[in-house]
Design a binder for this molecule. Structure first.
Ligand code: MRU
Length: 343
């Protein structure tokens, strides 16, 4: 299951807005089209957005006619800035653009740089999937045979370069022969849990039960859930975690009911430049995502709407952060730094 791939000279992308009823793959050759695909969430999920942005730079580079390196880099900056403006919260986007920028600066000729950018984007993609598998193996140690795991949003193959972060942990536990059940929050407003997590897990034959967001507290209190595993869009140096709106509520309810709350994310999601989660920019999306479901109006015309796409869970609610380099727990200021630097 791949959300995005590079094939010869183009990007092939699974349109996630049409799931679970239609599985449509789009061929993209224009970076502006790719930027729109990120904005409109045809591709979404922090690591997948990072890979998509890298491929967007590779596409944009191939669209530039300039022959001198200086003129080429100037035009490439326009491409990079456009992609950087698509979504503000997932730091993987900016991390990937920075990596692509470094590669562009290193090359000598324009032709050489164009080739190197394709190679680098494919490397970001492949390295990301490999990291998720390593992360899965670390995380699977926390999942015991017979566990029921609650997850929120979609942190699976669709949200990443493959395999998944939170769902990667679950997949690795299942691959180890453990009997694991999943409860998936539907995740309003855009229903990533219902449309995407449930789709991935049903496809893989993993036991999944779909619940609406307001049922999570009930199941955490009743003892039905052994642990929570979610992904992340940006993690501050102190271990505060930005993830899909609703994650914070789940974390507080998990702590109240003594259920461990785990976050699975690659180190490219950790933003060591931010001391705390208060500095993480939270994307506000359009009101129609709240007033409508799949084009059907569910609220009166003229009602005021708030639609923050993410919230920040303070580190005190996070039992551990699972990365491809190992697992960090409190005090995060020291332990996350050690894991990120692989010390
Ligand atoms: O708005 P989205 O669908 O891009 O948000 C995605 C999430 O919040 C995921 O939980 C997060 O990116 C982790 S994905 C591995």
């Amino acid at each position: 299951m791949k959300a995005i791939t590079w094939v010869s000279t183009k990007v092939v992308l699974l349109d996630q807005t049409l799931l679970p009823t239609q599985e449509v793959y789009l061929d993209i050759t224009d970076y502006e089209e790719l930027a729109l695909a990120i904005e409109n969430m045809l591709i979404r999920g922090a690591p997948a957005i990072g890979a998509a942005a890298a491929y967007g730079v590779a596409l944009g580079a191939n669209q530039i006619a300039a022959t001198s390196k200086e003129a080429f880099l100037e035009k490439l900056k326009v491409v990079s800035d456009r992609l950087a403006g698509t979504r503000p919260t997932a730091v993987n986007l900016f991390w990937a653009l920075e990596r692509m920028d470094m590669v562009a600066r290193l090359g000598d000729s324009v032709d050489e740089i164009k080739k190197a950018l394709v190679v680098e984007a494919c490397r970001i993609d492949a390295d990301g999937e490999a990291a998720n598998r390593r992360m899965g193996n670390y995380g699977a140690d926390l999942i015991k045979d017979g566990y029921t795991v609650l997850t929120h949003c979609n942190a699976g193959a669709l949200a990443t370069e493959g395999y998944g972060t939170a769902l990667g942990v679950i997949r690795a536990a299942v691959e180890q022969g453990k009997n694991v059940r999943v409860y998936a929050d539907e995740t309003r407003p855009l229903l990533q849990g219902a449309r995407l997590t449930a789709w991935e897990l049903v496809k893989d034959g993993i036991d999944v039960t779909l619940i609406t967001d307001n049922m999570a507290g009930h199941f955490l209190k009743s003892g039905a859930i052994d642990c929570v595993v979610v992904g992340a869009d940006r993690i501050a140096a102190n271990g505060d975690v930005a993830n899909k709106i609703g994650t914070y509520g789940v974390a507080v309810l998990a702590k109240e009911n003594n259920v461990p709350f785990y976050v699975a994310a690659p180190i490219s999601t950790v933003d060591m430049s931010l001391a705390s989660g208060e500095q993480i920019p939270i994307e506000e999306r359009k009101p129609e995502e709240v007033t409508h479901i799949k084009g059907v109006q569910i609220a009166p015309d003229g009602v005021k709407v708030a639609n923050p796409a993410f919230d920040v869970t303070p580190n005190k609610y996070v039992t551990a952060i699972i990365t491809e380099n190992g697992i960090a727990s409190n005090p995060y200021v020291e332990n996350l730094d050690r894991v990120v630097k692989n010390r």
